[in-house]
Write a protein of this length. Sequence first.
Lengths: 125, 234
Amino acid sequence: MGLKRNVSLGTGLRYKGGGPMLVFVLHRIGGLGMATFVTIHILSSFFGGDIGQFANQIYENWVFQIFIFFFVLFHAINGLRITILDLWPKLIPYQREAIWVEWAVFLPIYALAAFVILRTGLAGG
Amino acid sequence: MQVTLKIFRYNPEVDKTFHYETYTLEAHETDRVLDLLEVVKGHTDGTLSFRRSCAHGVCGSDALRINGRNHLACKTLVRDVGTKITVEPLLGLKVIKDLIVDMEPFFDNYKKVLPWFINDSPLPEGGRERLQSPEQRARFDETTKCILCAACTTSCPSFWGGEEYLGPAALVTAHRFIFDSRDEAADQRMHVITETDGIARCHTVFNCTMACPREIEITKAIGELKMAVITGKV
């Protein structure tokens, strides 16, 4: 007898792992976001016609692009951090600092890109 | 000060599922969470079940999720977690009763990495022991400190996803023996950790390092194992 081993998504997300856990979760969300983007893109090319046009409208929408750029950029920069730490384990004791550097690189680039997408989108571009 | 203690409760003989019970008790800020659990068990509800043994951070029996994060109850002070404390069992292992989890899958994974010294060569001539330089000892000193409390393994999202994953504690033990200059079974252990449910499932999340009550740099140890796997050099 005993409760089944069951770690639900909600329970896992509530684990208080702090900054490292947050970037892990964002990395996974980023991966899912990119998979969604690529899937819509493929469906658009595959079906063509009205369905393709509808799919085009989704991923060419500036609101969608603001999200997708967040996913792609965060996934890329976080992946780079993990790769560097994996290849040079001596840097791992500085993992907290590495996460701060990651945010310091990500935020200005994302803010600039989001500004450009927003300005273009609001101008009807 | 008054502390509100919310405890995960589950009695398999009575309950179909778990629930929480809340207790209010007087405590000092230097009391440990384990002390609070003892007060509840001793004075309020004797059916409350949890593991504890040495109560001084050495045996590793009382690893629990305290306010959403893995700690040893005997090393966690009230002043470190506040006056509203939630105590839950470790994640990823079957709950047997209240705060007690089934540790078998954890120890099954531990056994897979051959957690004992292997050296079938005869002792050095004229010697009664296999000597080791301080530098050789320092190579794995950190990973000898593990107390097998499972706080690391049960904080790992990869382990939550499947208990077949060796987990940080088993990998720490693999590190302890693979990098021991006296041991001769590094190849066997490297074979075990490069299996599908081995080191490749570590996603460098760092939950394990932050949960370790012995402050072992677990992710660093796993990183060193990853490099050993890639380069073939121990």
